[in-house]
Design a protein around this ligand. Structure first.
Ligand SMILES: [Cu+2]
Length: 177
């Protein structure tokens, strides 16, 4: 089948759909108009259904995501036997290892030596995979398992001063050099 014929068929189908929609609209105006109260009732019913649907799906999504929650309390982090990696942040750098293992659960212990920073982890494609706040005199725990080898980056995610935009750490996951 040539492209022109195919185009014609697609055009005819789309035109048919458009005409059908117009016909439905035209025919719907034949009925006597609804009273204002009827509109309000229908509108509120639709709104209620949408709201309930949205609420239920949000609750379901929240419950399903709880097992993937990457943050934990100090005692939970201490009780876990997984590899712990200290991350110290300061204006304007991250103090952390240059190399991290692949397919191994890591708990980052993130803190700051001066002001508030953000610890954002980016995969080799530049996608954000995890983030937590770095606060002075406080440690946040962030669990991450790297499943792809390559060069990862940490970026500061909270404005912390004039050098905020250059605050970066490049590290390798896996054996790649
Ligand atoms: Cu910053």
């Amino acid at each position: 089948m040539s492209n022109a014929i195919l185009l014609l068929i697609v055009f005819a189908i789309l035109s048919g759909i458009a005409i059908a929609v117009f016909l439905v609209v035209v025919l719907s105006t034949r009925k006597p108009p609804l009273e204002y109260e009827e509109y309000v009732k229908t509108g509120y019913a639709i709104r209620r259904r949408w709201f309930l649907g949205l609420l239920l799906s949000l609750i379901a999504i929240f419950i399903l995501m709880v097992p993937f929650f990457p943050y934990m309390t100090t005692s939970e982090a201490m009780a876990s036997g997984t590899l712990k990696v200290k991350v110290q942040t300061f204006q304007f750098a991250f103090l952390m290892p240059d190399q991290l293992p692949l397919n191994k659960k890591i708990i980052f212990e993130v803190t700051s030596m001066d002001v508030n920073h953000g610890f954002g982890l980016y995969d080799p494609q530049g996608g954000l995979i995890a983030q937590v706040q770095a606060m002075p005199d406080y440690t946040n725990y962030l669990a991450v398992t790297f499943t792809k080898p390559g060069k990862y980056r940490a970026h500061c995610m909270e404005y912390c001063g004039v050098g905020h935009h250059v605050m970066e750490k490049v590290f390798t996951v896996g054996d790649e050099k």
